[in-house]
Design a protein around this ligand. Structure first.
Ligand code: NAD
Length: 256
């Protein structure tokens, strides 16, 4: 059995990805997130699919908690085969009013946590000559939208980081790829609908049609299962030669 560690896996996309890995019954899963029922979610999925799971509630703002997450995972399961840096937050505001503490938190959670975790699992992946690092970036890793300065900066940053570790990992069969989703209807996006409505001064319905899905050629939210299936493929032995990529799953947004 392989081990996968997924940050922010007790909600939204991370939870959806964890479910796709669980269904294969080939992975033991390390869950993480700030949801107060995280331990129950991990236990329930473990029971449903008859796989080992653990939950660690590290707050990814803090490097010491991140290192404890990685060490606990390695001590519990003896190895980490797949690291999925998924946890992320958003804040929508014109740059001149953008709160300093929101900028710092977005860069810390969306970008720096991936660095700390990669560094922590690297020796294990290197020794076992197998590693798969999958970073959940965003369509906003490839293009910008107004009022999202910190988020866009963090997501462009993680794609640069992905490319660098792809180069460093190649001699050790460690691949690194970024997945760049368009809009997925998760709690993060539900909150953004409200924030965008305020920032643009329009209704929630208009945010969905005129701001969010306006940019996608396919006028549908991205199903979380598609992201889970793509992550599973990138994690597989078959995907050894796919590395350093940023793969859009964005309904054609980046084709424009
Ligand atoms: P979500 O809010 O549903 O889930 C985010 C997860 O991250 C939660 O489990 C939360 O507890 C965790 N998290 C947040 N701050 C944390 C912290 N300090 N420490 C530990 N965990 C923390 O959001 P989501 O939409 O599922 O987003 C997941 C990822 O996908 C993010 O990186 C986001 O930027 C990216 N993404 C989302 C969309 C979308 O449309 N939903 C699109 C593109 C990219």
């Amino acid at each position: 059995m392989k081990t996968v560690l997924i940050t922010g896996s007790t909600s939204g996309i991370g939870l959806g990805i964890a479910q796709e890995f669980a269904k294969t019954q080939q992975y033991q899963i390390v869950f993480n997130g700030l949801e107060p029922n995280g331990a129950e979610i991990a236990a329930e999925i473990g029971k449903t699919y008859n796989i080992p799971t653990i939950f660690h509630g590290a707050n990814l703002l803090y490097p010491n908690e991140i290192y404890d997450l990685a060490n606990t995972a390695i001590q519990t399961f003896g190895k980490i085969d797949v690291l999925i840096n998924n946890a992320g937050i958003q804040h929508v505001s014109p740059v001149e009013n953008f709160p300093d503490e929101k900028w710092q938190a977005i860069i810390a959670i969306n970008l720096s946590s991936a660095f700390y975790l990669t560094k922590a699992v690297w020796p294990v992946m290197k020794t076992q000559k197998f590693g798969r690092i999958i970073n959940i970036a965003s369509a906003h890793g490839l293009v910008a939208s107004e009022f999202k300065s910190a988020y866009v900066a963090s997501k462009h940053g993680i794609i640069g980081f992905t490319k660098t570790i792809a180069l460093e990992g190649a001699p050790f069969n460690i691949t690194a790829n970024a997945i760049c989703p368009g809009y997925v209807k998760t709690p993060l996006v539900e909150k953004q609908i409200d924030d965008q409505a305020k920032a643009h001064g329009i209704s929630k319905e208009e945010v969905i049609s005129k701001v969010m899905l306006y940019k996608q050629a396919v006028k549908e939210f991205i199903p979380v299962e598609v992201l889970g299936q793509l992550a599973l493929f990138l994690a597989s032995e078959a995907a050894t030669t796919i590395t350093g990529t940023a793969i859009p799953v964005d309904g054609g947004w980046n084709a424009q």
